[in-house]
Structure formats: C-alpha cells, structure tokens
Design a binder for this molecule. Structure first.
Ligand SMILES: C=CC1=C(C)c2cc3[nH]c(cc4nc(cc5[nH]c(cc1n2)c(C)c5CCC(=O)O)C(CCC(=O)O)=C4C)c(C)c3C=C
Ligand SMILES: [Fe+2]
Ligand SMILES: [Fe+2]
Length: 334
C-alpha cells in the first residue's frame, strides 16, 4: 500500500473531520387521506412542545374529539394542494436538500422531519453510514419557537440517546435577521411589486403560537418582528404601508394577535383595496400558505370589499434561498 493511500484513509491532525448537514422541517402526512392525516396529527399534536396540556387529558380529547372531526376535514384540504410528487412541504424541502447538496458535493446533506417521514432516525443513519464526525443542524424555521425549533432539538437528542458515538453538533437556532435572508425576502417582495404594482398594503403573516408560550419566555414574536423590521427597512416602507399578523390558530386559547383572518376581513373597510401577502415564517410553501393564505384568506379579503390580492410565494428552492442556507452552514465552519 502506498503511503498516499494510508494518509487518505486516516484523519491527519490537519484535515477537517467530515461534516454532514441535517435540514429539519416540521413533517406532513404521507398521503392526503383521513388515515394518514390522523397518523401525522397524532404524533405532531402529542408533542408537549406543541401542546403542553396534561398528557392524559389531552390524549383523551385529541383522540376522542379532535381527530375524528379534524382529520377528514384536513385530509380534503391536503388533497386540494397535493402535488404530483407529494405534499408541497416535502416536495419543496427535498428540492432544497438537493439544491444545497449540488452546491457542496463533498458534504452529505440529509433531510428529516420532526414528525412523520423521513424521520430523524433515518437521516442520522444515512449520515452516520457516511462516517461524519461533525453535524450542522439547520431547522428550516427562520424564527425560533419552542414549538418548532426546540422540538427539533428534542427529536434529535431523543434519537442520539440511543447511540454510542455522537458527532460534534452545531445547531442553528434561527436566522430571522440574517442579511442574506432579509435580502432574499426583500428581493422577492420587490419582484412582486414589479409584477403586480405596489399594493395599498404589504401584509406579513406569520404562523401563530399561544400567547402564553410567549409570556413564558418563547421569544418567537420578537424574532418575527426582527424579520419584518429588516425587510421593511430594506424596502424603505413606512408604517402605513405594511402590517404584521399571525395565522393558523388552533384551539381555544388566545394566540398571538392580530389574527390574519380577522385582519383580512377588516382591511377593506379601512380603505385597503389591494394587498400583497408574504409569509416569512414558512421556508416552504405548504398547507398553511397555499390553502390558508392563497385561497381561504383571499376569499375573506375579496368578499369584504377588497379588490386585488396577491400571495408572494415562500422562498422554497430559489437560488437566493439556497445561497442563504450555504451561507448559514459555511458560517458554522464548513
Ligand atoms: C398547538 C398547535 C400548533 C402550534 C403551536 C403550531 C406552531 C407552528 N407551526 C408551524 C408551521 C407549520 N404548521 C403546519 C400545520 C399545522 N400546525 C398545527 C398546529 C400548531 N402549529 C396543525 C394542527 C397543523 C396541521 C394542519 C391542520 O390540522 O390545521 C404546517 C404545514 C404542514 C403541512 O403539511 O403542510 C407548518 C409548516 C410554525 C412555524 C409554528 C410556530 C412558530
Ligand atoms: Fe403549525
Ligand atoms: Fe391552517
């Protein structure tokens, strides 16, 4: 054996240990059917990071009351947005994984979902089979929340608790104010203004969380405000030209306000006739953007006197978005 081959197969003190990247998104049903939605929601809504009610009481309410009603209704909505290759959230997340992998051919890039598949276990198995010694974890949530980012942390640590050999881990908490993220959003809004004309109002709609989670220390609303501040500064908008709301509330508790749906119904009576809506909390288009924002909230606005409504798509697998991901992992020493 030549000495060249020997040094190639052994980590020399100078060579970097092999690094892998793990992208993690929320998860989505495997099919637009009641059974698949029930499976998905059972796992998702039993995570105490998401719903923190007494587990025994909540499990009883969830399985006995909520899922039998919600699963068939939501399955129909998934059916409406389903793409040829699958659920939009998974389709766009896969494209992001593939585009990032193409940018860095020496580095394994895997995708996992906190709930459903591909699971964190499957992704870690694939990375470990490639002998990675360092792991950069990028939760695909621009703004930290205990209900999303911390749930990624939990899923990862639960899975690692079964393994003997842990990699060195770098966990990206969020990128709400990252200059490349703000620039990508601002460019996407600017392109929409050029295509459709400048609207009366640019609405930033973020997924909500219970207000109580924020009161107990989740800085998610501050992280959303930071994103909005960055984008409006980049675009030079004044306060009368934009607004920020929270969507997708679930259950009876008070969630972050103002609510997107209520705002949408009110705006036309306040003189807003044309609106463009961006959802910067979603790294991929999914049920909550395509069905809830592009379809349902469009109807609320138009039925109440609004005239022009445009939804600005998520950054998905655009080159700007992949540039941002590349910058985030490179900053972690890749
Ligand atoms: C208590 C319930 C929920 C909290 C808290 C919550 C926070 C939260 N969610 C996202 C991103 C997404 N949520 C999506 C769907 C979705 N969310 C909830 C509930 C809570 N979310 C439910 C029940 C559902 C499923 C649909 C439904 O039954 O209405 C999705 C889309 C998934 C898809 O398959 O397309 C995303 C993405 C964030 C960012 C967030 C907190 C900041
Ligand atoms: Fe959600
Ligand atoms: Fe929704």
């Amino acid at each position: 054996m030549s000495s060249e081959l020997i040094t190639d197969s052994v980590d020399s003190p100078q060579s970097q240990p092999k690094t892998g990247i793990l992208l993690v998104n929320l998860g989505t049903p495997d099919a637009p059917t009641t059974a698949a939605v029930k499976r998905y929601l059972t796992q998702f809504l039993q995570d105490r990071r998401v719903v923190d009610l007494n587990p025994l009481v909540w499990s009883f309410i969830l399985k006995g009351i909520i899922l039998p009603r919600r699963a068939p209704r939501v399955a129909k909505l998934y059916h409406e947005v389903w793409m040829e290759e699958g659920s939009p959230l998974l389709v766009y997340s896969r494209r992001q994984q593939q585009a990032l992998a193409a940018r860095m051919p020496q580095t394994p890039v895997e995708l996992a979902m906190t709930y459903g598949s591909p699971s964190v276990k499957q992704a870690l198995d694939r990375l470990q089979s490639q002998n990675i010694k360092r792991l950069i974890v990028l939760p695909l949530y621009p703004q930290y929340s205990c209900s999303t980012t911390a749930a990624v942390w939990d899923a990862l640590s639960a899975e690692l608790s079964n393994r003997r050999d842990l990699p060195e881990i770098s966990f990206i908490r969020d990128y709400a104010e990252h200059p490349a993220y703000i620039a990508a959003l601002a460019r996407s809004v600017q392109a929409s203004f050029e295509r459709n004309g400048k609207p009366d109002l640019l609405l930033f709609s973020y997924h909500g969380i219970p207000q109580r989670y924020a009161n107990e220390g989740d800085d998610y609303p501050q992280r959303c405000e930071a994103t909005t501040r960055g984008v409006v500064a980049a675009l030079g908008l004044n306060p009368s030209q934009y607004k920020m709301t929270y969507q997708s509330r679930f259950g009876r508790e008070v969630w972050l306000q103002p609510y997107t749906d209520e705002t949408m119904r009110l705006l036309p009576s306040q003189g807003v006739k044309s609106i463009q809506v961006i959802c910067p909390g979603f790294s991929s288009d999914c049920l909550e953007t395509i069905e809830e924002i592009e379809q349902q909230n469009r109807a609320f606005f138009l039925e109440n006197g609004g005239e022009r409504y445009q939804y600005i798509p998520a950054l998905n697998d655009s080159a700007d978005h992949i540039d941002l991901f590349q910058a985030l992992v490179t900053e972690r020493g890749l």
